[in-house]
Design a protein around this ligand. Structure first.
Ligand SMILES: NC(=O)c1ccc[n+]([C@@H]2O[C@H](COP(=O)([O-])OP(=O)(O)OC[C@H]3O[C@@H](n4cnc5c(N)ncnc54)[C@H](O)[C@@H]3O)[C@@H](O)[C@H]2O)c1
Ligand SMILES: [Zn+2]
Ligand SMILES: [Zn+2]
Length: 389
């Protein structure tokens, strides 16, 4: 089959590779009909996620048709499914608590050692996202093996087309959980850093959860325009001092809640960020957390921080004092996707959620390397790319 493979920093290729096969009884094989590139894939593309190997098939936002099933899969051939990016067994202690991205069983034992060493505990397996998260082949491919297919994938009705439901695989639940983790109360002022797909869905979700005002921060005009269309007020961080603007827009108090939808590759000309960029380049630093640090300093006393943005390791000059002295709350995590798929699918069916506005480009899988390049370089116009194998 044809699949997008990773070969190093800014080097992804569409190669012919072996077809996936059923390995375990609960597996299914999906013929991918649509797959998207995520901001998280850019962290792989930029070579800042450790434990990648040359030839790894990447991609974790995908859907398609069931073509093969193991004896214990509950799926049937021919069904259309969206697959969550988190691989979860459905039966362990954590899955029982609906903390699917903390699943204890989906990351093979020999691999778990790496995440145990780094994080104190093993994390769940993820599709196409390094060997620290299981080394599973991803979905930017013609076919993909889906483990635990009896608990992960959600069957979608035929009257909804791919583009209406594809984002249930990741960014829609991620934006939703990003807003939920901000514990929004009626009329709250919520500031969102980053107007990529995750930030935009977090804005939409925060407003749906009762926020009185959402302030969106980025520097790409195209993305800020989309935030405006959703009802947010916007700040261009290249032109405006973010903290000053936020103080002014909140009567000198600061936002009630802040959401970091930027993650480990924060841009900006703050001195700490420039040092982090240099350290990331020479491999002695990992997370560029400038947006998160700014959010912590900007949020009001007693406020809440939600951090859907991905971080992998360590960061310098973290404002621990502000976190403690201002009495802040911080919630984060890889999304517990399986928890949100059904309720969000229902909202799509009821016409309460539309996620198609985000798609700026549609390309065949064969052109995925061009798509990565543009999603990285031309973010203002390239908000979300959907690939078809
Ligand atoms: N928690 C999860 O399960 C989960 C799932 C999906 C994605 N993510 C993460 O969410 C983050 C966003 O994903 P995305 O797909 O929207 O990515 P993206 O790269 O498309 O968007 C990130 C946006 O942040 C903006 N930005 C950069 N520095 C900034 C700063 N200092 N202040 C304000 N904005 C800034 C960029 O201009 C860009 O528009 C990434 O870190 C991604 O890995 C997490
Ligand atoms: Zn993703
Ligand atoms: Zn589990």
């Amino acid at each position: 089959m044809r699949a997008l493979t990773w070969h190093g920093k800014h080097d992804v290729r569409v190669d012919t590779v072996a077809d996936p096969e059923i390995i375990n009884p609960r597996d299914a094989v999906i013929k991918v009909t649509s797959t998207a590139i995520c901001g998280s894939d850019l962290h792989l593309y930029d070579g800042v996620i450790p434990t990648m190997k040359s030839g790894d098939i990447i991609g974790h936002e995908f859907m398609g048709e069931v073509v093969e099933t193991g004896p214990k899969s509950s799926l049937q051939k021919g069904q259309r499914v969206v697959v969550p990016f988190t691989i979860s067994c459905g039966t362990c202690y954590f899955c029982g608590k609906q903390q699917y991205s903390a699943c204890d069983n989906s990351n093979p034992a020999e691999v778990q050692d790496i995440s145990e060493m780094a994080y104190g505990h093993a994390v769940a397996g993820l599709f196409g996202y390094s060997h620290m998260t299981g080394g599973y082949s991803g979905g930017q491919a013609e076919y993909v093996r889906v483990p635990y297919s009896d608990v992960g994938p959600i069957v979608v009705p035929d009257d909804l087309d791919d583009e209406q439901v594809l984002f249930l695989s990741d960014i829609l639940p991620t934006g939703w959980m990003g807003a939920e983790n901000a514990d929004i109360e009626d009329d709250d002022i919520v500031a969102v850093w980053g107007c990529g797909p995750v930030g935009l869905f977090a804005i939409q979700s925060a407003l749906a959860m009762g926020a009185g005002k959402v302030i969106a921060i980025d520097h790409y005009k195209g993305r800020l325009d989309l935030a405006k269309q959703l009802g947010a007020e916007v700040i261009d961080f290249h032109q405006t001092d973010v903290r000053e603007a936020l103080m002014e827009m909140t009567g000198g108090i600061g936002p009630d809640a802040v959401i970091d939808a930027v993650g480990m590759e924060s841009h900006g000309f703050a001195i700490d960020n420039m040092v982090d960029v240099a350290k990331q380049k020479i491999g002695v630093g990992m997370d560029r957390a400038s947006a998160l640090k700014q959010a912590i300093l900007a949020v009001r006393k007693g406020g809440r921080i939600s951090m859907p943005g991905v971080y992998g390791g360590f960061t310098d000059k973290f404002p621990l004092g502000a976190l403690m002295e201002k009495g802040l709350q911080l919630k984060t995590g890889q999304t517990h996707v399986q928890r949100y798929m059904k309720p969000l699918l229902e909202k799509i069916q009821e016409g309460k959620l539309d996620t198609t506005f985000l798609i700026s480009h549609r390309l065949p899988l064969e052109q995925a390397p061009t798509a990565y390049k543009n999603f990285k370089k031309n973010k203002s116009e390239w908000t979300k790319v959907v690939l078809t194998p």
